[in-house]
Design a protein around this ligand. Structure first.
Ligand code: NAD
Length: 733
């Protein structure tokens, strides 16, 4: 069965319909592109065809390119993958240029046939790049549709003509949020931005497209950039206005990416150089920079983690084979910061929620959190008043445990105290059915210990959300010693319902994410104690693509929480506790009531409005800055290796069972250098042997926490890589 079909009506309108069999969303692969080209060729050659409408047989137009195509183009080129990619990209360009010129005489621009795109819904990536080559873009007035070019978010850029065409259509300045930030718009906003040309009532979409095709004149078919005297909107690079745009954009991109994302820089180069030359040359330049980005290991790693593997985990790559466990009614115990957030995301996904706290007032406060978020959504035009009412109607705030009757899943988010947790577990289980699953959102307490309070430990599990719940996309599912398959499937199906990304890990101190984040924070604090300039620590982290420096991070999560965790860890580990040097600093800060952002004082100073004003200048009185400072790379290696070695240990000890989860979880959970594709991808990128050498050096200089784990040494000795060894079903991009 074909991805594209074509039919010609009595008025000579050829409708090419994109409808990939067996998929809910169209994506383009090489075979599909060849089919589309064949239909375009025959429509242009057929004298009975007056014009063409390109549309979709699905509710959406297309989700983009099948990113596995990139791997195929590389592979098929044998020893010269860059040439293979460039040639492959240029074939897409040629197809789009064929649509754009539509059989015109190249000199007079006469004799072409109108080709328009009619988008019923979402059009992303190449699903918008192809329409941009058409003579007019019609979109159905469908507020749920998303239109845009999100490639930059997975480490590439729109390289099938989208960059060159959007810049020529809107001007570099207006195009930049769509290209550099991957901004998506609904059809009305896309029209206001000038990306698409007309928004039409859904039932009139094809009729209006046909009307335009039949009325189109030859002049309507010639794109501005194919007309004499075309000028780039906003000015080309050497025009005074254009000059300012490019100077500003370079600084902005570098400021935002810290230079670690090759795609953003390559995109800007493609735009800048493309703006200086004729259109067809600009397309070749775009293809060259695109090839350059695709050849960078960072883009392959980002595509693999953020696109292919993230999607595989969301689809249930590690779900046990048990019947559907979707949740219709959820119980949430504790309506504090986390409980209220969980209730909100669940109710927003259509789930009935019983939100319980110790008092009715506290439960109501939790529900009010949802109201606040919905009001914000209304202000931003993302939520309607009806939707708000529906979501709030799904949340029942109460102090009465009897209301939990009929809940298939309960998540507790009460105080981090085993006694309180045991108490609410028993109270809930007294009401729940035999098949219901009980989950804890604890961040530090072992699941297997908490499960002791349950009458049915096989149905007890950890579902660990990150704060703020409505924004953070990762959910860590933790199996206790006795957790059974149904509970895991229930947790996974619930996470899927609320459209977040799950990882499934085994029970061990701090599970996976916190296990890696805490050593990162500690390493930063340890360096303060050693006299490393705090600004060097913070900037070194940001310059390697970590979203927050360790000192800012501990200010955000609060220093008293750090103290609490340190005390509990010391109590659990006894003499083996390795972080005395860290605690000296942490406790000294707590003693001075510098508890972080919430106290308006921490490693940073804050103004009255709570805004950071810079690193606290009292730090150097307490921990004098050493005369000799370490190299930037040394500071970065320390902060990266404490995290990735913890990830390797988690894999070695069976806490992680799938490196894909290790990589995706690190990026979504704590923003670990997305450019790297995650800790395991990064180790593969630098090579295990190099990693071991760095570890040996760091361990000599700074202590055994940097000792290379046996697994890393083994992989180095075998000349192997993590993905080659562990990723069975994983297909690298
Ligand atoms: P919080 O203090 O904001 O909320 C706890 C809520 O539980 C309060 O509203 C309290 O009244 C309620 N509560 C206490 N005892 C109760 C009882 N017996 N019955 C019903 N309600 C009761 O705390 P939080 O930050 O939302 O954290 C809750 C849980 O989530 C903790 O286990 C914490 O470790 C975990 N967690 C927190 C974060 C975070 O960033 N804050 C992240 C992940 C997990």
């Amino acid at each position: 069965m074909a991805d594209f079909t074509c039919s010609v009506d009595a008025d000579g309108i050829a409708t090419i319909t994109w409808d990939v069999p067996g998929k809910s969303m169209n994506v383009l692969n090489l075979e599909g592109a060849a089919e589309l080209e064949a239909h375009v060729d025959s429509a242009l050659a057929d004298p009975a065809v007056a014009g063409v409408i390109l549309t979709s047989g699905k509710k959406d137009f297309a989700g983009g390119m099948d990113l596995n195509v990139i791997a195929k183009m590389k592979e098929s080129a044998g020893t010269d993958p860059a040439q293979g990619l460039f040639d492959g990209i240029m074939r897409f360009h040629a197809l789009e240029r064929k649509i754009e010129l539509a059989g015109m005489d190249p000199r007079t621009k006469k004799g072409g046939k109108p080709i328009v795109a009619a988008l019923p819904g979402t059009a992303l990536g190449i699903g918008l790049e192809i329409p941009l080559a058409c003579h007019r873009i019609f979109a159905a007035d469908n507020p749920k549709a998303k239109i845009g070019l999100p490639e930059i978010l997975v480490g590439i850029f729109p390289g099938a003509g989208g960059t060159t065409r959007l810049v020529r259509k809107l001007g570099p300045m207006a195009a930049s949020p769509f290209l550099l930030e991957g901004k998506l718009s609904d059809p009305q906003r896309a029209k206001a931005a000038g990306i698409i040309d007309e928004v039409v009532a859904p039932d009139l979409l094809l009729a209006r497209a046909k009307e335009w095709v039949l009325a189109a004149t030859e002049a309507d078919l010639v794109k501005p950039w194919d007309q004499k005297g075309y000028k780039l909107p906003g000015g080309a690079p050497y025009h005074p206005a254009g000059f300012m745009t490019f100077v500003g954009a370079s600084a902005m991109v570098l400021g935002k990416t810290m230079g670690v994302y090759p795609a953003a820089k390559a995109l800007l180069s493609a735009v800048y150089e493309g703006a200086l030359v004729p259109f067809d040359t600009a397309l070749r330049i775009e293809a060259r920079w695109f090839t350059h980005v695709l050849m960078n290991p960072s883009s392959s790693a980002m595509i693999r983690s953020l696109f292919i593997n993230k999607a595989a985990l969301e689809k249930g790559a590690n779900r046990p084979q048990v019947a559907d466990q979707k949740v219709a009614k959820l119980g949430v115990l504790g309506a504090g910061m986390m409980g209220a957030g969980i209730a909100h995301v669940a109710a927003s996904s259509g789930i009935q929620v019983i939100l319980i706290d110790a008092t009715q007032e506290a439960a109501d406060r939790g529900k009010a959190h949802s109201q606040g978020l919905l009001d914000k959504g209304i202000k931003r035009g993302k939520v309607t008043a009806d939707e708000k009412a529906e979501v709030l109607a799904r949340i029942t705030a109460t102090a009465d445990y009897a209301a939990l009757s009929g809940c298939e899943l309960v998540i507790e988010a009460v105080f981090e105290d085993p006694k309180v947790k045991a108490e609410v577990t028993a109270k809930a289980e007294a009401v729940l059915s035999e098949t219901a699953v009980f989950a804890t959102n604890t961040s530090t307490l072992p699941i297997s210990d908490l499960a002791k309070a349950s009458r049915r430990p096989a149905q007890f599990i950890g579902i660990h959300f990150f704060s703020p719940v409505d924004k953070m996309m990762l959910v860590e599912i933790i199996k206790g010693r006795d957790t059974g398959d149904t509970a895991v499937a229930k947790a996974l199906d619930f996470v899927r319902q609320i459209r977040k990304t799950p990882i499934v890990v085994n029970d061990a101190r701090f599970f996976y994410a916190n296990r890696c984040i805490i050593p990162y924070i500690n390493e930063g604090i340890r360096m303060v104690a050693e006299g490393v300039e705090p600004a060097l620590i913070e900037n070194a982290a940001k310059l390697v693509g970590l979203p927050l420096g360790p000192l800012q991070l501990v200010d955000e999560t609060s220093i008293d929480l750090g103290v609490k965790i340190a005390k509990a860890t010391r109590a659990a580990m006894g003499d083996a506790y390795p972080d005395g040097a860290v605690d000296t600093v942490l406790f000294a800060m707590a003693d001075r009531a510098r508890l972080g952002r919430k106290a308006g004082a921490g490693f940073y100073a804050y103004d009255d409005a709570g805004k950071r004003t810079g690193l606290w200048d009292g730090l150097s009185d307490l921990w004098p800055v050493a005369q000799v400072q370490p190299e930037l790379t040394e500071v970065q290696h320390r902060m990266l290796f404490v995290q990735v070695l913890e990830a390797v240990r988690a894999l070695e000890q069976g806490v992680l069972t799938d490196i894909r989860e290790g990589d995706v979880g690190a990026i979504l959970g704590w923003g670990f250098c997305p450019w790297s594709g995650g800790p395991f991808s990064w180790l593969d990128m630098i090579g295990a042997e190099t990693a071991v050498q760095i570890c040996d050096r760091l361990a000599d200089a700074h202590g055994p926490r940097f000792a290379a784990p046996g697994l890393l040494r083994e992989i180095a000795a075998d000349g192997d890589s993590f993905y080659a060894r562990f990723a069975t079903a994983v297909q690298a991009a």
